[in-house]
Every structure is written in C-alpha cells, then in structure tokens.
Ligand binder design. Sequence first.
Ligand SMILES: Cc1ncc(COP(=O)(O)O)c(C=O)c1O
Length: 449
Amino acid sequence: MTVRFPDPSSRSAALFERAKRVFPGGSTRGQTYMRPYMIYAREAKGCRITDVDGVERIDFINNFTTQLHGHSHPAIVAALQAQAGKGTGFNFATEAEIELAELIQPRAKSFERIRFCNTGTEAVMHAIKAARALSGRPKIAKCEGVYHGAYDYAEVSLDPDPQAWGRDEPASVGFAKGAPERMSEDVVMVPFNDVETTRRVLEKYRGELAAFVLDAVPSRCGGRRVSPAYAALARDYTRREGALLILDEVVTFRLGTGGAQTLYGIEPDITTLGKIIGGGLAVGALAGTTAAMAAFDQSAGKAAVPQSGTFTANPLTMAAGIASMKLVTKDTLDRLNALGEKARGAVREAFRAAGVTAQVFGEGSLVVITFGAAPPETYRDVYLANAAGGAQAMEELWKRLLNHGVLWSTTGLGCLSTPMGETEVAHLGEAMLASLREMKADGLERLFP
Ligand SMILES: Cc1ncc(COP(=O)(O)O)c(C=O)c1O
C-alpha cells in the first residue's frame, strides 16, 4: 500500500474525525496520540503491524516494550483461546496465578513473594504505599524526569523546565495541573547517576524517607544504564536508613531472565514489574523480600496495605503471562540483546552516513535516540537537547520512518521483539538513513541541536 502519512483521505484520518466526537481531543490514550491524526491498527502478527489503510510496518515499539514475543505469538494466542472458553474473571483464585508467580519467582534472589495487579502504575503505587506503611514515613526519593507511571507521587518532576527545576538540588514540581503542592513536598528529587548531588540531597533527608524509587535504564535519561556507584548509593542509603529500595523493572525486566537487577547486581526490597510478564495483556506485579511484601499480608487481619482490584490476576492475563514467561529463556534474550546491539550500531551508522549528530544508547533490546552532540546522562541533558530542536527533529524523523515501513516512538525509544532478525535490523538502518536524508533535503537541518 502506498498511503503516506499524513494523508487526509486515509481511513485513519476519517476514524480520527469520528473519534473526536467521543474522546476529548479525539484520543483515549496519550501514547497513541499523533498529529495531525492518529493511525489506527487493523492487525499485527510477529514483528509487523498493519494499519486500517493496509500499510504494513515493522513494529519497533511493541506497545511500548510490552510485546517481547511480537504480536499474536501462537503459544500466547492458544493459551488465550483455551482460557476464554473457561471464563475470564472469577471471585475465586486460580491455579494459573500461582503458576505465573512460580515462573517469575526463581528469576531473581529478591523475588521471595509476589503480588499481581493490572498495570505498572499500580505496581509502583502499591510499592510506595508498602514503603510508607513499613517505615511510617511519608516521603520518597525519585530521579528527576524519570517515568514510573501515573500515580501522582510518581509523576512529580516528570517534565520540569529550567525555570522550575531548581539549581543546587532538583526542585519537586507537580506534573498534572492541580496536583497538590503538599504532595510534591513528599517527593524528594535527585539527579540520575549524579552520585555527589544525590548523596548530598539524601543526607539532608536522613530519617525521613520511606523509599528510593529507581529505574536502572530510564529511557528519559537517554537510555543510559545506572552506574554501579549510583546503584550502590541507593542500596546502601536505603538499607542504612530503614527505607525500601524500589527498583522499577516494568521495562527493564526484558533485559535479562532476572531483569536488570541480576545483570547489574542490584538487590532491591521490592521490584515493580509489568509489560512482558502479561504476554501482551494488561498487567503489573510486585516482587520483593518476604519482609517487604508482608505489608500486603492479610492472613492475620487487615493488611498494612490492602491491595486488590477487580481484574487483578484475571485468568486471561495469567494465561497469556504463563505462555509469555515460558518463552523468556536465557538463549532467547541473549539472541535478542545481541540483535539490540546490532540495531544500535545500524542506527548510529545511519546517523553517521547522513551527517547528523545524535546519541544512540539503550541496553539489551532497547534503543534510545537523542539528537545532539553531547552524550546524555540525566533528564536535564535530554531536556536541553530536545529544547534545542531535538524533540521536533525526533517527531519529524518518526513521521518519515512511518513512510519507510518503521514504527518507532516519538520520544526516541525503540525496542526489538523476538520474531525480528538481521533482515529487520537492516531495514531499520536503511529506513533511518533514508528518513534523515529526506529531512535534510526538506531543509530541516535547522532542527538538529
Ligand atoms: C519504567 C516504567 N514504570 C512504570 C510504568 C507504568 O506502567 P503502565 O503503563 O502499565 O501503567 C511504565 C510505563 O511505560 C514505565 O515505563
């Protein structure tokens, strides 16, 4: 098909007009929002996704890293079909929830006990609640600009601008309009991988923190991995202070069979999980030490943190999750991570050949592009590169990639899925180069920071 984005006569454009009559601004999900209209999916199989206009693309975002095995994997489809005929939700527990937990538990030392929920957002929220309950303290620390889902506290300082972000130590700035200022006071902000500043800030809040929430490879910090010194600071400080180290592995669990923690030697008290463990269905989970997870134990009366949810551990998610996690083996991830290294190489080479400066980082099967000459390390580095034209350049690149058969994200994040091979990575490199050359031909060099 030759429909090029944007095309006002496309079926997607027509659907968007219809959507505007039911959704505010035409959209029901921020991540799928696109200008001038949203593209609507018809179907997806393996690593390829076809839109309602019949345009097929290679899916390099995989529902924001969720579809580790691509779309409609036969084992996951079969598991879902088998379960659908047996019921989709009960007020009984199921054997499937135990089986999925058993598939996750042996993967990391800290996974002594597990609880399921429905999203990564919920997992982070419940982990923070557990930390508060166990410590009796309201405050948490998190890294500036890092995304941990939509819980108000986790959203603090998600996108501060230089006027608001503070100088000697990062300010805590509410994200959604109307977020109570008092709430921001309970979220202490630290800069990712900046050991000196973080140590100074943490020392100021001795005895006050319930938890440090950390992502080992935050995509909003340019895809850099946590330094061993930074991870050690977070671990040592929380252990010494009687606070929890909450490691958010909602995305990074795809990096190794036991997630980033086994690769980088981090031992959190609670890990938040999501995305790949649900085989493509809505899911979240908390996995942690027996002592930390005791916050959710209701066997002796009301739990310190009551945690439930109508759809929690629903049998469809559990069935898809079991099928998915059975496929997450060391061999599979080793191959995918090696392909990820090739993909980063192909993207770097495309930028070099096009004569455009960008930084390409990411770990394992994650690829993060940041326009500009300076390797980013923190949210502020990425912010400044984006403000200098990088964000607009990324959006323009993303649009052109769509017309070269590649679905990426507008934020610069891309990821691989197991159905991919050398062919798809080669296509990615060619599509990047062609798209960057088009941008130059269109006079968009002014956007490159
Ligand atoms: C690191 C991280 N934590 C938490 C979340 C929230 O997960 P969910 O979208 O399932 O609520 C996300 C979502 O992208 C994430 O990237």
